[in-house]
Design a protein around this ligand. Structure first.
Ligand code: NAP
Length: 271
């Protein structure tokens, strides 16, 4: 029987996920479909029920629905429980099980792109306190980062995150430089530096030259942050792998196959 998967988001038209999953479904010759559905928050629950009734096998969930879908699931894997947010749902016998593969996306991207990187070696600095930053923080904690320093334009949001997790220290957005001293890693999880958004203005002089720099922004792939970091000798990791690895793990939950990231897929996503 054909497996139907739907992506729920609002808006959803910008998402690269249909392209990625349709590529893998074709590659593995699966009898499956993947469609993006824009769902306003007030219609989320009824849409989920309609899709369950219509025999959908799974859901992909994106902004702004990840937390609400978590509350609508019947069961969760450990990572979804820890995150309080779900980006993948498997539907079986009318019941929804929620997964969170965003954290895997972040950690796997670093593992694959920087295999010698040791999360445990020192403090990690995270810029931002939105959904992406939350997944990054959870990934860092899971990998044993001894300290996480977080700075966000709206400090209260960083303080809320710090309340939820141990080992988090909040720094002023205007004083990010202080957070960079003896850091092992810097992650930009704000939308600054993204095409069409403001530049990320940051002075990297206090950052050790062996600290790894990762940008969650992947449009453009080589952000100003990564270029500046590379020029001063820091190892850098782009954000595209985060997207692709979270998708791989989601695909595996629906279809039992861990798909590969090949050059053709990468160039399609970046086009
Ligand atoms: P979000 O929840 O809307 O959070 C946006 C973050 O950016 C907040 O911390 C916000 O600060 C900050 N920000 C926005 N404009 C700013 C400005 N002018 N000055 C300073 N800070 C600003 O979004 P998100 O889902 O976390 O996504 C953040 C970025 O990560 C986006 O660019 C997204 O494309 C990227 N992302 C990439 C992946 C991947 O797979 N590579 C996955 C998820 C997200 P305030 O709290 O002060 O508003």
């Amino acid at each position: 029987m054909m497996k139907k998967i739907a992506l729920l988001g609002y808006p959803v038209s910008h998402s690269k996920s249909p392209l990625i999953h349709n590529y893998w479904m074709k590659k593995h010759a699966l009898d499956a479909s993947y469609e993006a559905i824009a769902v306003a928050p007030e219609d989320l629950e009824t849409t989920m029920l309609r899709l369950i009734d219509a025999g959908y096998a799974g859901l992909n969930v994106t902004i702004p629905h990840k937390e609400t879908v978590f509350t609508l699931c019947d069961d969760w894997d450990d990572t979804a429980k820890r995150a309080g947010a779900v980006n993948i749902v498997v539907i079986e016998g009318g019941k929804c099980k929620g997964f969170n593969t965003d954290i895997f996306g972040f950690t796997e991207n670093i593992r694959v792109a920087g295999p010698r990187f040791d999360f445990k070696k020192g403090p990690a600095v995270v810029l931002g306190a939105g959904g992406a930053a939350r997944a990054v923080v959870l990934g860092l904690l899971q990998e044993g980062a001894p300290e996480i320093r977080i700075a966000n334009r709206t400090k209260e949001k960083a303080q809320l995150l710090a309340r939820d997790f141990k080992n988090l220290r909040v720094y002023d957005w205007d004083n990010v430089a202080a957070a960079l001293e003896n850091a092992n890693m810097l992650v930009n999880a704000t939308s600054l530096g993204m095409q069409g958004k403001d530049r990320l203005e940051i002075d990297l002089s206090a950052l050790p030259r062996d600290a790894l720099v990762n940008d969650m922004v992947y449009v453009p792939l080589q952000t100003d942050l990564l270029r500046t970091a590379r020029e001063r000798g820091n190892p850098v990791v782009t954000g595209i792998g985060t997207l692709l690895h979270q998708a791989r793990a989601g695909f595996k939950e629906w279809f039992g196959i861990m798909p590969e990231i090949d050059a053709e897929l990468k160039s399609m996503v970046l086009r």
